[in-house]
Design a protein around this ligand. Structure first.
Ligand code: GDP
Ligand code: MG
Length: 162
């Protein structure tokens, strides 16, 4: 089976930027992946010989009722569908209460999870990541999704030994 990676995190951390980077070299959108529902965006990606499905979450326009609930539902559903969860946070903004909430959700699930500190371009990566150790995740990666830095190393690690 082709592995599934879910991108989870509060709005604006760079999930869609990473999704687009991972999927842009392919016919990205997966329209007919069986059993999948809408409001999560599925793409096919190929990176360093790894083929995988990537799920972007948080793709709602904000006009629905109970947006936060709906986003949380989407994230939880994506986590259920995934083999690997990439929990994204913003290295420039630092740790937020929303990050803490999401970490709590993820902890209730038994999924392989990587904490991905994004936007480390132009800032000191170690300073950027220092706060996030509080989330208690063992696997922390530093990336800049907009530029591609760290992305290949992250995906290679995330898909080994799947
Ligand atoms: P999402 O809401 O989690 O999907 O976040 P987006 O992918 O829409 O990105 C939110 C904002 O962060 C956009 O303005 C992006 O250009 C910016 N962004 C994403 N990745 C990076 C990065 O690696 N470095 C910097 N400096 N900005 C980034
Ligand atoms: Mg997005």
């Amino acid at each position: 089976m082709i592995p599934v990676i879910a991108l989870v995190g509060r709005p604006n951390v760079g999930k869609s930027t990473l999704f687009n980077r991972l999927t842009r070299t392919r016919d990205a959108l997966v329209a007919d992946f069986p059993g999948l529902t809408r409001d999560r965006k599925y793409g096919k990606a190929l990176l360093d010989d790894h083929e995988f499905i990537v799920i972007d979450t948080g793709g709602i326009d904000g006009t629905e009722e109970g947006v936060e609930t709906k986003m949380a539902e989407q994230s939880l559903a994506a986590i259920e569908e995934a083999d690997v969860v990439l929990f994204m946070v913003d290295g420039r903004a630092g740790l937020t209460p929303a990050d803490q909430d999401i970490a709590q959700h993820i902890r209730t699930r038994e999924k392989t999870t990587f904490l991905v500190v994004n936007k480390v371009d132009g800032i000191d990566p170690d300073t950027a990541t220092a706060d996030f150790w509080q989330l208690g995740m063992d696997n922390m990666f530093q990336i800049a999704a907009a530029h591609g830095r760290g992305v290949s190393g992250l995906i290679n690690r995330a898909l080994t030994p799947l």
